[in-house]
Design a protein around this ligand. Sequence first.
Ligand code: BG6
Length: 547
Amino acid sequence: MSDNTLNLQNLGSASTLSRKLEDGISFVIFGASGDLTRRKLIPALYNLACGGLLPAKFSVFGFAVTPMDDDSFREQMRAGVQESKEAKPFDPKVWDAFAAGLHYVTADFVAPEGYQTLASRLEEAEKRAGRTGKRLFYLATPPSFMADIVARLGEHGLVTPTAAPGEGWSRVVLEKPFGRDLKSAIDLNASIHKVLQEDQIYRIDHYLGKETVQNILAFRFANSIIEPIWNRRYIDHVQITAGETLGVEHRGGYYEQAGCLRDMFQNHLLQLLATVAMDPPVRYGGSSVRDRKADVLHAIVPINPENLADIAVRGQYGPGHINGVDVPGYRQEDGVSPLSNTETFVALKLFVDNWRWADVPFYMRSGKRLPSKVTEINIQFKRVPHLFFQLGADDQMEANTLTIRIQPDEGIALRFCAKIPGPEMHLRQVQMNFSYTDSFQVEPSTAYETLLLDSMEGDPTLFNRADQVESAWTAIEPLIDIWSATGPFQPFPNYAAGTWGPSASDTLLARDGRAWKNSASTGVSSVVRVDSECPAIIAGGEAGKGA
Ligand code: BG6
């Protein structure tokens, strides 16, 4: 297989797909001296190189204000790959070939000189390779620079409108956060639309590149038993949790301005909600998937500021312990004000007002310094309408729950009631489990690998459109307004590091007679595994021993 043919051999027999990228792509990274480039982008490109997935004549041009030459940029990126837990094992041969295409331009984002230098370096490289420009500009910068950078790209002729097939093209990938509220997002969209057409703009949300998030569509729409029950008739409520054990690390400065609502909800959590709640698209690709997700975001019931306390909870962690280690509170972190009112935890109840979901609550929570790193979606089904078993105090009778484990231990589990083996009819909860690792025997590729490939290929399915981003800001705007207007006297910190957020988060569900589920914290006493190759149930755990 030639090195410009995308092969998905690492998925073994799971896929026969083979895609081809055009030769001679230039990948320009604005903010190349930053953390994202070193920790995520270059390791993802290196992984693609290891898999023979990069096109021939591929070059990377880093662009940032930190002074560096090509060699020191290569050195730093090499260290990044060697340190990265997500990068494939370091292979000097692959690295050397890849690193030969790494270049660096030291320049200010707003001054014209850097863009002139970049233009001539791109043209030189394109001339040498005898190719027309196929340019992907990746803006790994704070949102405040994005409009200026795109304007300069236009002024210097570095981007041109979408070309005919076979000709050169230019696309721009914009990292999150996209704006910092609805107005700034609308303004940013308006500015970049002066230079670029919408089909040249790739607004990235790395959650959409995760295998497990893409699998939500496969699970829902490629299995005939799922879709008929995926609605308000059978589903009682949905819970989405994205918990992290880490604090803000070295990102205190950024996080002070962002907070959990902007950092996780406006993008990742609302995208998970849209993926779980969307109607079936006409096809995979084009605008179809994005249209259906946009429908969901448009249908979110506006937050009513008058009953805010009943639907939203914010928190900030104080000192505590995680995995037996003492950790400081948020206000003690580097770059954080000792009086900070920034929220590090949010729990929210939203409704999606359409035929499928009317009156079904979507409870969502996310926070830093929680007891475990876990992202999962729990679909809680309704109880059976009538129970004729004579149950005793030891019997367990719960409504069915389907858990989609986005990370870690990627997979899907269904909890249901089963008869305990023995002469009498007693029930307990058991679990059927699908695990990616067991079924496919491969580590899923990282989200950035998928998304970088898609953007180079010109497939926008997993990227956000202007209207989606604006609807997501609209959904949380009332909270941003009210929370930022409340004075300096928040009762923060209101949860200890290593706990599941403030008690008000539990009250949010308890008020509705419900409780948060968390497979990572509650554990599962009995596991029944389903082999993906053969649908026969293989008994395991305590249930298996008894059978
Ligand atoms: C980023 C946020 O977008 O997502 C971070 O800025 C957060 O604060 C991260 O830690 C979580 O991503 P993941 O893939 O580790 O769940």
